[in-house]
Structures are given as C-alpha cells and as structure tokens.
Design a protein around this ligand. Structure first.
Ligand code: SF4
Length: 489
C-alpha cells in the first residue's frame, strides 16, 4: 500500500491534498508508451477522478480517493510506470527536450543518456537521501530548448572544434532560476562518470549535514546549498579528485540573458505540425488545457500514437504533449481526431498561453483557486480575442512560483483568497522576487478575464510591429501610463 505523507509526492509516497491522494508518476524525458497510457487510464478510471495532469517537469499526476493498493504499484513497476527501486522513485524526473532524437537542429540524441542515467539512479539506492528536488536535465541543442528550465544539473550539447561536448550548467540561484555554465566541457563518453561524481560528492555533503543535524532528513540540503556553502571551486575540485582526471575548461563564453531568445516563442514553438529529422515523418504538438487530460482523452491520444505514430506520447515541461512519427499522408486525419478529443494544436489558442499551479484544491500553501481562475480567463479570451503571437500567462497560488514565473510574460501570484498580484515582462532589479515588473499589487480575481482582454488588445494594437513580443512591448512601457490606458480601454 502506498504511504500518503509526502510533502512532495511520488508514487510510493503520495501527498494528501484537499482534493484527494496525489501521486506523481515519474517518466524520464516525459516518454510514455501507448500501453503504459492504457494501464494508467484503467487505474484512473477505477481509483481516481478520471483526470490525469501533466506537470512542469513532464511527470504525470493522478488524484485518487484512497491510497493505491499494492497490486497497482506492482503493475506500475511491471509496465515501467514506477521505478523498480522504491527508494529512488521520489527523485525528480529527468528532463530532456521533448523533441530529443527527432529534431532537425539537435546536435545529438540525448534519450540514450537519459535512460542510462535513470538506470544508474536505480542501481544506487544510497542516493535516496538526496533532496527529492535534485534534478538533472539533458539539452541536445534542439530548437525546443530545455537548458533554461530550473534544474540542479544541466548538460548542454555544444560544438567545439567540430566535436560535440556537453557544457556543464549548475543551478546556483534562487528557486526558478536557470542553471548557469560553470566553464567545464564534458566529452560524450565521460557524461555518466562525471554525473556520478557530481552526485556522489553531493551525497557525501548531504550525509555530513544530516549527521550534524544542520538539515533535517525531511528537508535535506539542495545542491545549491552545497555550492553556496563550499564554493564552486571546492565542489569541482572534489569531483575531479573522485574522477581521477581533470575536467576540460570550456572556451565558450556564456550568452548574456538578453541573447538567449524570447521565452514566449520557446514555450509554444513545439505546438502544431513540425517536420522531424527522419525524412517524411512529422510530429504534432498538442495543447493540453492547463495540463489536464481526461482518461478518455489520454486513451484517445494513446490510440492515435499507436495507429498513426511511433507508439508513444512525449510530455513536455510546458504541460503539453507531442505525438511523433506521423506520415505526411496521415497528418490531416490525426489533427482532426485530436480536435475531436476536445484538444487543440494551435500555439495561438488561449489555452496554449496559460499555465497554472494546482491552487488551493491541491496545495495547502495556495491562497487562490488558480485552476478555476485560469479557466475563466481562457474561456473568456477564446470568445473575444484572436491571439496572433504567443503570450505566456502563469498563475501561482502563492509566491513559491511552481508555475515558474521566470518564464512568463504575465505572472499572477495569489495574494489572498480573492485577489492576485500581477507582474509583467522582465524584472530589472536585484531583489528576491523575479516575477517581472509589478503592474498591480492587488487585483480582484473575478475581474481578471476583462483585464487580460484589455491588456492583450492594447498589446496587439499598440506594439511597434507584428513581430514584437508581448514581453518586448511591455518592457518598453511606462507602467503608470499602461495602467491609465487599461483603465480607459
Ligand atoms: S505555487 Fe504555491 S500554491 Fe501553487 S502549487 Fe506551488 S506551493 Fe502550492
């Protein structure tokens, strides 16, 4: 039987939330086969509320009225929906670009590395003492980048002297910050041993801190705590000592923030129809409203993937999914069947723009019902706005920013049960809160749909040119003037 006492849910130790027992199914690189989808939908129909949620680490979450019985957990293990080692099932999901292995721009396919690192974790139950927020990401240079998603360790494929290496990035900053390059190049055949050494030094630090009771077992140190405590030089020196060889310094200068691309495009560019690197094959990026699918929708998508695709779905960290390996001749029919399931494929659909954390029904920290408030905005915008450029709108029920406001054009943060703080564009100061510039310190939740309609209309009619993103537009605005324009719109 599942235990239900976790702060951060996994499959073997779920969380008791207001709307049921919340279990998280860890899917490395967000890959789930059609057969796994069938197993999952049966369980959700029998024990759950008929709904499956995609998380912002491309996991799946389900809510059940009771703890899952032993036979379900064993079935999940049999079908690869749960780790064979219970103790490491709680570690964070391994992230890769959803288009790994199929992207024409990729420098290499990272999926074999994801699988190999996941296998390593299963063989090392001693790593169970690490923070369950310990997170590793592989970016193969795909057009759908994941290198700026918050992770403790991110390996970013780069080309140096006509060879492909990984540039080591580590998460040093606050919650939600992107990992940064630490001037180390890793050759492809060193990846696993370097990851193992980075992790083992972190494990030893964790053990030391727990022994000295500096941290509690229930809240062990994050990797960034180690780096802040010891400094980068000491951490990497201990990693090198463990490896027995030096690490190659990177000749690449890190890109300044402003040259890392426009977030709105990245978050939505996987949606719709795209050619794969495999000649004659395409993938379709499907918009999943607020990351939630009914079991019928998941079963329908799994059937489509089996009949007309590669037999698997790829969940994205933007809480959407891809169906891959579709022949050109089948594109029209598959698209129609996706629409028949009540889903969308356009990056300009309002649901493509909106992400929300679970809100007060699923999280004790939440002030607001983020899911209901986000739905109210999406259904209002669907009726009155034709978006012509993707805009990211992220809701969080509190300032812990699980909806990851660093990546949003408009951030809405629950203030009390009936209002939100609203931020837009990029934050320019150096304080702790980096959601963006504060447009309103408090705004009534029930008035948000009309506010968003006015704000988006102002952007679409007053921007400098059709290619100016919302973020670029709003970064240039005087916010007091913008408030006045909104109040007269
Ligand atoms: S942002 Fe706050 S309210 Fe939302 S899921 Fe995270 S902790 Fe809970």
């Amino acid at each position: 039987m599942q235990s239900t006492t976790a702060i951060c849910p996994s499959l073997f130790n779920a969380t008791t939330a207001q709307d049921g027992i919340l279990s998280r199914i860890r899917l490395p690189a967000g890959l789930i086969t059609s057969t796994q989808c069938e197993v999952l939908t049966q369980v959700v129909n029998k024990f759950g509320n008929g709904e499956i949620q995609i998380t912002n680490r491309a996991n799946l979450q389900i809510r059940t009225s009771q703890a899952l019985p032993e036979e379900v957990l064993l079935d999940f293990q049999d079908y690869g929906l749960a780790s064979s080692t219970q103790s490491t099932d709680g570690l964070r999901n391994l992230m890769a670009s959803p288009s790994a292995g199929i992207d024409v721009h990729a420098k290499l396919n990272t999926i074999p590395l994801v699988k190999a690192w996941n296998f390593y974790l299963l063989q090392h139950p001693e790593l169970a003492i690490l923070s369950n927020k310990f997170s590793v990401c592989f970016d193969g240079g795909e057009a759908i980048r994941v290198s700026d998603r918050p992770n403790d360790i991110c390996l970013v494929a780069v080309e140096v002297d006509q060879e492909i290496y990984f540039d080591l990035h580590l998460g040093l900053g606050d919650r939600g910050d992107s990992p940064v390059s630490v001037n180390v190049l890793i050759s492809q055949n060193q990846v696993l041993e370097v990851l193992a050494a980075l992790t083992e030094v972190y494990r030893q630090y964790t053990q030391q801190q727990l022994n000295q009771k500096i941290y509690l077992r229930s809240r062990p140190p994050r990797l960034r705590d180690l780096i802040h405590d010891w400094g980068m030089e000491k951490y990497l020196a201990l990693v090198v000592e463990k490896l027995g060889y030096t690490l190659k310094p990177s000749p690449l200068a890190p890109l300044p923030l402003g040259e890392r691309g426009t977030r709105s495009l990245e978050a939505c560019e996987h949606l719709g129809i795209h050619p794969q690197k495999q000649s004659g094959l395409f993938y379709i990026g499907v918009v999943v409203p607020l990351g939630r699918l009914t079991s019928q929708q998941l079963a329908g998508l799994a059937r489509l993937a089996k009949q007309s695709g590669g037999g698997a779905l790829r969940l994205t960290p933007w809480q959407n999914l891809l169906i891959t390996d579709i022949a050109e001749v089948d594109l029209e029919q598959v698209t129609q069947e996706i629409l028949n399931l009540g889903l969308y494929i356009s990056a300009n659909h309002p649901y493509a723009a909106i992400a929300a954390c679970s809100g007060y029904k699923g999280c004790k920290s939440a002030f607001t019902d983020t899911q209901a408030d986000a739905k109210a905005i999406a259904s209002h915008l669907e009726k009155c706005i034709q978006l012509d450029y993707p805009i990211n709108l992220h809701f969080s029920g509190c300032d812990k920013s699980c909806a990851q406001h660093h990546a949003s054009d408009i951030a809405l943060v629950g203030k009390d049960s009936e209002s939100y703080q609203i931020y837009v564009g990029d934050y320019v100061g150096d304080g702790e809160i980096n959601f963006g510039r504060e447009l309103y310190a408090e705004y009534a939740a029930h008035e948000l749909p009309h506010l968003m309609e006015r704000l988006i209309n102002i952007y679409q009619t007053q921007r400098q040119n059709p290619d100016q993103s919302f973020r670029e537009f709003v970064n240039q605005c005087d916010l007091q003037e913008l408030r006045e324009v909104i109040s007269h719109a």
